[in-house]
Write a new protein. Structure first.
Ligand code: KIV
Ligand code: ZN
Length: 553
């Protein structure tokens, strides 16, 4: 049971004492350096870690997407990772512009094993970490601050020695003060400064200082303050690539990473779709696409997001959530009527090569390789806009507004009855049944179809599109005997295939107006069919009313 007063159990995370913070007034102007840790941090969090084949498939996909830094494993901790790294190197599978990264703890035998794994690679980032936060010093390692710092410095010294012995590789050194986000800032700086002092980076040969929110413990603004504080106070800053490594325990890793970039981070480590320990590492897809929608080239290519997603799902054996930003199955789909209406209008009015401005769609699905097919889906929550969009796509024409309204009642009935989605095909089939089948005598088994015998016609010739149509209407209506048909509305449009679609609204006597619709390559034929459709629908509706009155009586 939850405690009645959480303040008895939890303490608010302390604010950072930072005067004149700069990050709130900045904007992001370029993409950070990306580092994918899918094959290391992400892999360590999987129920079934990847085998070598899966790692290779994932690695090759990361390269295609455009990652230039990829943490490929923890070779001193896993034989699979060791063998995978060897395979990449021996089989020459690392492109010249890609640098692999390997993680290691501060112990000589582990560092030596790591150097064995990466032997022969042209460029390598060796990544050392040790936990430095108070709870780790006290609870996990029973170490003093001095011992904690000494461990980091000693690891750095050994790595420097191993690197110097292998001059054929371009070595880049990365240090992570693990649990940075929960550590006293002055101590984080003290450790990072001591490590840098041992490595001696230069502006031409920088080292990476990576600040992990190993467990996300505070609001993103607090993390941004911590990063800005380090940015301002660390020594060797011009010789350091400042990196961040957010996790998502509070669900705000993306925001934390974005504010951290404002605060001075040059580089971001994370995983695709937010895989990683517990709630995951920061999601690099969302981060990259967030930049893209602000007009900034992320330098990562997600134009085949479904292809990327398939590889990730296969290798991680974890599905991507249907609501995942940018990549989920449902994220470009509107079911609600008002949303559909706005999207339909936005897409219809959109001019090619102009700034994207479609209501409810923050990004053009086509930029992620998605079609517009799923943009609008119809269920009982939908309105006429949704059905119309699907009709436009399926039948190649846009019915006039009043036909849309009339047809939406038929769709609503089907959606309410099934309680489920009504597919685009089903909507087109329903439209054909409602309007096209009503054109001929066989249209409704229970309806005596119109025989054209009438004479008394009230035809608003002014609404008839052209002379040919007027003649067709007159010819059809003139052949109807004993029925007074009022053609109350008449519209035509060209279909995508170049045929004529005709929409005719007819009244007979006191009965409510009904629309008839027909499509034909011959316009006159279409007019005739549409009138038959309308008249049959009026009479059929009249019958239904009489039948229901009889039942009620
Ligand atoms: O989350 C973390 O602190 C890590 C480090 C090894 C960088 O994954
Ligand atoms: Zn991590």
């Amino acid at each position: 049971m939850m405690m009645r007063n959480p303040s008895e159990k939890y303490r608010p995370f302390p604010q950072v004492n930072l005067n004149g913070r700069r990050w709130p007034t900045r904007t992001i102007e370029r993409a950070p350096i990306w580092m994918s840790t899918d094959l290391r941090d992400g892999n360590q969090a999987l129920i079934d870690p990847m085998n070598i084949e899966a790692k290779l498939e994932f690695f090759e996909m990361l390269v295609r997407v455009g990652f230039k830094e990829i943490e490929v494993g923890f070779p001193s901790a896993s034989q699979t990772d060791f063998d995978f790294v060897r395979k990449l190197i021996v089989e020459n599978r690392i492109p010249a512009d890609v640098t692999i990264e390997v993680l290691v703890q501060s112990r000589r035998e582990l560092i030596e094993r790591t150097f064995e794994a990466v032997e022969g690679a042209p460029r390598v980032i060796v990544h050392l970490y040790n936990a430095i936060a108070p709870s780790f010093r006290k609870i996990v390692f029973a170490q003093s601050k001095e011992e904690t710092k000494a461990l980091a410095v000693e690891g750095t010294r050994i790595i420097k020695e191993c690197a110097a012995a292998r001059p054929n590789t371009h070595w880049i050194y990365q240090y992570s003060p693990e649990t940075f986000s929960m550590t006293e800032l002055s101590f984080s700086r003290e450790v990072c400064d001591a490590v840098a002092q041992m490595w001696r980076p230069t502006p031409d040969h920088k080292m990476i200082v990576n600040l992990p929110a190993t467990v996300e413990a505070a609001m993103p603004n607090v993390f941004a303050d911590q990063v800005e504080w380090m940015d301002r106070n660390m020594s060797y800053r011009d010789s350091i690539v400042l990196s961040v490594h957010p996790h998502n325990d509070r669900g705000t890793a993306v925001a934390a990473a974005e504010l951290a970039i404002l605060a001075g981070a040059d580089r971001v480590e994370g995983c695709l779709f937010g895989n990683g320990e517990r709630t995951g590492n920061v999601d690099l897809v969302t981060l990259a696409m967030n930049l893209y929608t602000q007009g900034i080239d992320p330098g990562l290519d997600f134009s085949d997001i479904d292809g990327v997603r398939r590889v990730v799902e296969r290798c991680n054996q974890i599905p991507v959530h249907p609501r995942h930003p940018y990549a989920g199955d449902l994220v470009f789909t509107a079911f609600s009527g008002s949303h559909q209406d706005a999207i339909r209008k936005g897409l219809a009015q959109r001019e090619a090569d102009t700034v994207w401005d479609v209501p409810y769609l923050p990004i053009d699905p086509a930029d992620l390789g998605r079609s517009y097919d799923a943009v609008i889906r119809v269920n009982s929550q939908s309105g006429k806009g949704g059905a119309t969009f699907l009709l436009e796509r399926g039948l190649g024409f846009t019915p006039p507004r009043r036909v849309q309204i009339e047809f939406s009642h038929a769709v609503q009935k089907v959606a309410d009855a099934s309680g489920a989605e009504v597919s685009g095909e089903a909507i087109c089939a329903l439209f054909k049944r409602e309007y096209f089948d009503a054109q001929g005598p066989a249209s409704r088994a229970d309806v005596s179809t119109l025989h054209f015998e009438g004479r008394h016609v009230n035809l608003p010739v002014s609404t008839v599109a052209d002379e040919a149509h007027a003649q067709a209407v007159a010819a059809v209506v003139a052949s109807v005997a004993g029925v007074v048909i009022e053609v109350a509305s008449f519209e035509t449009t060209a279909t995508a295939k170049g045929e004529t679609a005709v929409f005719v609204g007819c009244r007979i006597g006191e009965q409510a107006m009904r629309f008839g619709v027909a499509v034909h390559a011959n316009a006159a034929h279409a007019v005739a069919d549409a009138i038959v459709s309308a008249v049959n629908r009026v009479r059929w509706a009249g019958r239904k009313e009489v039948e229901s009155e009889a039942v009620a009586a």
